[in-house]
Write a protein that binds this ligand. Structure first.
Ligand code: DUC
Ligand code: ZN
Ligand code: ZN
Ligand code: ZN
Length: 470
């Protein structure tokens, strides 16, 4: 047989092209894409389906150490099962350096958690919370050279925030190393000020979370991060842009010729701050929607769509950051009922990202199929050094594919999802377009919501530096 596997009868979609073609796969890689490919040990009929590059979700949190009272709802096995069922073949979670500790040790321990437990491929980013001389001088350069070529910095959170000088120092090192820096842009001091003001006024409920982090807080931090990136001459990624104001900062920077990349997420297209107002039995229903930055309003949703349509956003990630509703309500930390500030920040979304963006974007006619592929796979691979191994369909690429039914109507239900969280913010949300089969390096890992792969089929993969000046 010429091939191990052939995909026949489907419509192959890349960021550039849409074509009727067959795909020939050997040893986990795509060997041939042509009108007809030769005989194969197994053929899959993709008649009536789209054949897309497997989704790459370059911003997820899995089993991330988040403090004594906070336990994430997913380990690598459950998160990557959910990823596979949702049409993804590669996810990028974060190894977090606790302050005062070694970044190297954090990465080594985190990688050990992942090894042998993954249904999809995993590429690990870092979170730098303590850029001390050992980290800047030895650890980070060595880790980047080993293939951990990207890291995130935070402008808020007590345990993670970097001051401006620290941000400049890590940006400067990223430029010298050719590494990719991601920025969580929300201003620490402004949030502290707002939180204390709200608490003094008696605001306790989850909705206070949205009030404490208004768009101006994100806009200010985005502007500051962009200014630092300009000073250092480093292209950065502003992650999880939630609304018009921060987005305008990115557009403004681009108009000045700065290389600023931007990511947004389905929650900023489909949820609003109103969702945090839900009370339920115990006043805590809104905790299901607490993420940072918080969802905004209809006007901001429209602005984010414009940003997607006009190219301000190059990637749509899930920012999957799952907690159990019971924990969000204070099971582990009873203070969550006393103030919104103790509710863990994050929502699950690794399995629902592709259907929501496809349905709201492609099925409504807002974006093309090709743009969908760019936003969900190709641009993630390009930004983070996975291209041209992953992110498209063509000879030499890993055979990471999602067979997609563009017409399937489905309703998102927690009971159908594979993540470790006990709810989805999109319960009852209907979509048009659904992943039918997910293929990782030539092996079927999920089919019709059933997991058909094993937790050691995914690999922890190293990456190239994205390239200086990109
Ligand atoms: N930032 C993230 O990227 N995810 C969840 C919470 C947060 O602050
Ligand atoms: Zn963040
Ligand atoms: Zn870019
Ligand atoms: Zn995140």
């Amino acid at each position: 047989q010429e091939f191990d596997l052939a995909i026949r009868g489907g419509t192959v979609v890349t960021a550039a092209d849409t074509m009727r073609a067959e795909i020939g796969i050997r040893d986990g890689r795509i060997v041939s894409v042509a009108e007809r490919v030769g005989p194969a040990a197994r053929s899959i009929d993709a008649g009536g389906l789209l054949v897309l590059p497997g989704g790459i979700d370059s911003h997820v949190h899995i089993a991330q150490a988040s403090g004594p009272d906070v336990v994430m709802a997913d380990d690598f096995a459950s998160a990557t099962r959910a990823a596979a069922a949702g049409g993804n073949t590669c996810v990028m979670p974060f190894a977090l350096q606790p302050r005062g500790r070694s970044l190297r040790e954090a990465v080594t321990a985190y990688r050990a958690l992942a090894e042998g437990q993954c249904h999809v491929d995993v590429a690990i980013h870092m979170i730098v919370s303590d850029p001390n001389p050992a980290v800047l001088g030895q650890e980070l350069p060595a880790l980047v050279a080993e293939g951990y070529t990207s890291f995130k910095v935070f402008m808020t959170y007590d345990d993670l925030v970097l001051n401006d000088r620290q941000i400049l120092d890590v940006f400067d090192l990223a430029r010298r190393l050719g590494a990719r820096a991601m920025v969580h842009a929300e201003g620490y001091d402004a949030i502290r000020y707002m939180t204390e003001r709200l608490e003094r006024a008696g605001t306790k409920a989850p909705y206070g979370h949205a009030l404490s982090r208004p768009e101006v807080v994100e806009r200010e931090a985005a502007h500051r991060a962009i200014a630092h990136a300009e000073l250092v001459d480093l292209p950065i990624v502003i992650v999880h842009v939630s609304g018009r104001e921060a987005m305008e900062q990115v557009a403004w920077a681009r108009a000045r010729g700065l290389k600023i990349h931007a990511e947004t997420c389905p929650q900023y297209l489909t949820l609003t701050a109103e969702d945090l107002k839900g009370l339920g039995d115990d006043g805590m229903e809104g905790a299901r929607y607490v993420c940072s930055p918080p969802p905004r309003d209809a006007e901001s949703q429209a602005a984010i769509w414009r940003g997607i349509e006009t190219g301000v956003f190059e990637v749509v990630s899930s920012d999957h950051c799952p907690f159990r509703y019971a924990d969000a309500k204070g099971k582990r930390n009873p203070r969550a009922k006393e103030s919104f500030r103790w509710i863990p920040n994050g929502i699950p979304g690794i399995e629902t990202r592709l259907p929501i963006l496809f349905s709201e974007g492609v099925s409504t006619g807002r974006i093309s199929l090709n743009r969908f592929v760019a936003l969900t796979a190709t641009n993630h691979a390009r930004l983070y050094g996975l291209y041209p191994r992953k992110g498209s369909i063509g000879p030499g690429f890993d055979a990471d594919l999602t067979l997609w039914d563009p017409n399937r109507r489905e309703t998102i239900r927690q009971e159908r999802l594979h993540h470790g969280a006990d709810y989805t913010p999109w319960e009852g949300f209907t979509v048009t377009g659904w992943p039918v089969m997910t293929i990782l390096r030539g092996r079927v890992i999920a089919e019709e919501g059933r997991i058909t792969g094993e937790p050691d089929w995914g690999r922890v993969i190293d990456r190239a530096v994205p390239g200086a000046g990109t």
